[in-house]
Design a protein around this ligand. Structure first.
Ligand code: HEM
Ligand code: MN
Length: 300
């Protein structure tokens, strides 16, 4: 079991209001960083972000402890140096560099396209692997068949489904499985979107689908749906435990195609793809999703 809830009264609304990103604002392939930026909890323009401001914002706004993001921060600054060609010190150049494909960003995301998909439009060099994509996310939710909550087993089924669909739609030779990083992200979703109204919240958390959907779609906090961050901040112990539970959960059915080794437990979570040391790609400069006037543009 995880630490039980203490009597801290969570706030009832975000500390700062949502403001949609404009075309000049950088956003990430990460729904959590984008949420923080949309609420001005880290720089709203998504650029020159102080490392410490990310730590403080996750703690205060999402109830996520530094221990849970230390590895992600290391990885982000590795990507920053790799993409910019210079040590980024303690200032992340912008959120968009995180979309460098096959680095931290990976294929078969829950809510984003892969960088190279077979339906790439004529003339386009790559697909949008950065912005929220409603139909990709729907292909994740479809696995649930309408259930209101997601348990570990269902999350494992979702990620296998995403792997199979990606592999089916990839440019031959592109697809690389990134199980450890994705499972870490699954652990993050259990950490922040777990339904604290359920009796077994502290033993076996389940994700409340309407909160998850609101968060990803709007890149904003689902306060209006009764959400608040965990009142005992979640650390790496929680995230690692949830992510190994997901991978270890026995699924009902195995989708096809899958790469060998897709089913079952993974390597140490969070390792960056080898490709970081070998290849650079063009980084997307697509307008942030919400700036393009879709999804969460008018949501608070
Ligand atoms: C995805 C970076 C912290 C939630 C991603 C991705 C990156 C990233 C590069 C793209 C991976 C992909 O291709 O899907 C970071 C960095 C963090 C951080 C640098 C901290 C310094 C967090 C936290 C949460 C979170 C604390 C939740 C509380 C997610 C989720 C995804 C994701 C759920 C998967 C999105 C999807 O599959 O569609 N993050 N992240 N991240 N991140 Fe973060
Ligand atoms: Mn991705």
């Amino acid at each position: 079991a995880f630490p039980s809830l203490d009597p801290i009264v969570p706030r009832a609304a975000a500390s700062q209001p949502y403001e949609a990103p404009g075309p000049g604002d950088a956003r990430a392939p990460c729904p959590a960083l984008n949420t923080l930026a949309n609420h001005g909890c880290i720089n709203h323009n998504g650029s020159d972000i102080a490392r410490q401001s990310i730590i403080d914002a996750f703690q205060a706004q999402f109830g996520i402890e530094e221990s849970a993001i230390d590895l992600a921060l290391v990885n982000a600054f590795v990507v920053c140096e790799y993409v910019t060609g210079a040590d980024c010190g303690t200032t992340l150049k912008n959120l968009t560099i995180l979309a460098e494909p096959h680095a931290f960003e990976h294929d078969h995301s829950f809510s984003r396209e892969d960088y190279m998909m077979s339906y790439l439009p004529d003339g386009a060099a790559f697909t949008d692997n950065q912005n929220f994509n409603a139909s990709i996310f729907q292909s994740s939710l479809d696995v649930l068949g309408g259930s209101t909550h997601v348990n570990y087993k269902q999350m494992n089924q979702i990620r296998l489904q995403r792997e199979a669909l990606s592999l089916n739609n990839t440019v031959p030779g592109w697809f690389v499985e990134s199980k450890p990083i994705q499972e870490f992200e699954a652990g993050f979703i259990f950490a922040v979107m777990g339904d604290f109204n359920l009796p077994k919240y502290n033993v076996t958390p389940k994700i409340r689908v309407e909160w998850w959907n609101y968060w990803f779609t709007n890149e904003s906090f689902p306060y209006e749906l009764g959400w608040h961050p965990p009142t005992v901040p979640r650390g790496s112990d929680f995230v690692l435990s949830a992510s190994s539970e997901v991978l270890a959960a026995r699924v009902k059915s195995t989708p096809a195609p899958l790469v060998s080794g897709a089913v079952g437990t993974a390597d140490a979570p969070g390792t960056l793809n080898e490709a970081v040391a070998t290849t650079t790609y063009q980084i997307p400069t697509f307008e942030p999703y919400a700036a393009a006037g879709v999804g969460g543009a008018d949501k608070r």
